[in-house]
Design a protein around this ligand. Structure first.
Ligand SMILES: C[S@@+](CC[C@H](N)C(=O)[O-])C[C@H]1O[C@@H](n2cnc3c(N)ncnc32)[C@H](O)[C@@H]1O
Length: 206
C-alpha cells in the first residue's frame, strides 16, 4: 500500500516528479527491460524511486542521495512497503569509491545541471566503475545542443541555476556524450520529453 507523498513527515515534494514520472516510465519500460538492479543517483524526494520500483517489479531499485535531500528521502522510502525498493544509500558521486555492488542499470534525473562540471565527470567515472557490461545508463533533464538551449525557458532556467550557485548549469549534450563514450557507453536513444527535457539512454559495451 502506497502512502500519500505529501503526508510523510520530513519528506519533500516535487510537482515536476509527479508530471514527468509517467512519460519517463514509458522509456524505462524498454530501457530497463533486461535490468535486474538499478542504482538511482540523486533520488531527491524519492517520488521517482517509489513510482518506478512499483511499476517495474522485475527489478530492484536502489535509491541514493547526499546532503540536504537524504533525510526526506529516507523518510519516504522507509514509509514504503515495496519489496523491490532497497534501503536508501548515502552516495555522493565524488566519493572515490562508490559503496555499491555492480548493477545492471543506473538512473539519474535532473541532477547533472544541479552539480558542478567536475561532479558530472565524477558521476561518469563512477558509472564506469559500477555498471555491468551490457548495462544501461538513463539520464533525464534539460540539455543544450550545439551550444543552444532547446527553449527560452531553459535559457532562463540556466540563468537562475547560476544565480543559485555559479557551478550549476544546463550541460552540453555533446560534452556529456563524450564523458559517456570515454567510459565505453554507446548512446542508444535521445528522446525529447515534455517541458523541454531529454531522456538519454546509453548502453555499456557487452
Ligand atoms: C534537482 S534535484 C533532482 C532530484 C530528483 N532526481 C528529481 O528528479 O526530482 C538534484 C539532485 O542532485 C543531487 N546531487 C547534487 N550533487 C550531487 C552529488 N555530488 N552526488 C550525488 N547527488 C548529487 C541532489 O542531492 C539532488 O537530489
Amino acid at each position: 500500500m502506497q502512502v500519500m507523498t505529501s503526508k510523510i513527515p520530513q519528506a519533500g515534494f516535487s510537482e515536476a516528479c509527479e508530471l514527468n514520472k509517467v512519460p519517463i516510465l514509458r522509456i524505462l519500460r524498454t530501457a530497463f527491460a533486461e535490468c535486474a538492479d538499478v542504482l538511482e543517483v540523486g533520488s531527491g524526494t524519492g517520488q521517482h524511486a517509489l513510482y518506478f520500483s512499483e511499476h517495474l517489479p522485475h527489478l530492484f531499485w536502489q535509491p541514493s542521495d547526499t546532503g540536504d535531500y537524504l533525510k526526506g528521502l529516507r523518510a519516504r522510502v522507509d514509509h514504503s512497503d515495496l519489496a523491490n525498493l532497497k534501503i536508501t544509500l548515502e552516495l555522493d558521486v565524488r566519493m572515490p569509491s562508490w559503496p555499491v555492488e555492480q548493477v545492471s542499470g543506473i538512473f539519474t534525473a535532473n541532477s547533472l545541471h544541479f552539480m558542478a562540471e567536475k561532479s558530472v565527470q565524477e558521476l561518469f567515472r563512477g558509472v564506469g566503475e559500477v555498471l555491468e557490461a551490457g548495462g544501461i545508463l538513463f539520464v533525464y533533464g534539460p540539455f543544450r545542443y550545439h551550444a543552444e538551449f532547446t527553449s527560452e525557458s531553459n535559457a532562463r532556467f540556466d540563468q537562475w541555476l547560476k544565480q543559485t550557485d555559479p557551478v550549476r548549469g544546463i550541460r552540453d549534450f555533446e560534452w556529456v556524450n563524450e564523458l559517456a563514450i570515454k567510459q565505453g557507453l554507446d548512446l542508444q536513444s535521445d528522446t525529447a520529453m515534455p517541458a523541454n527535457n531529454q531522456a538519454l539512454v546509453w548502453q555499456l559495451a557487452p
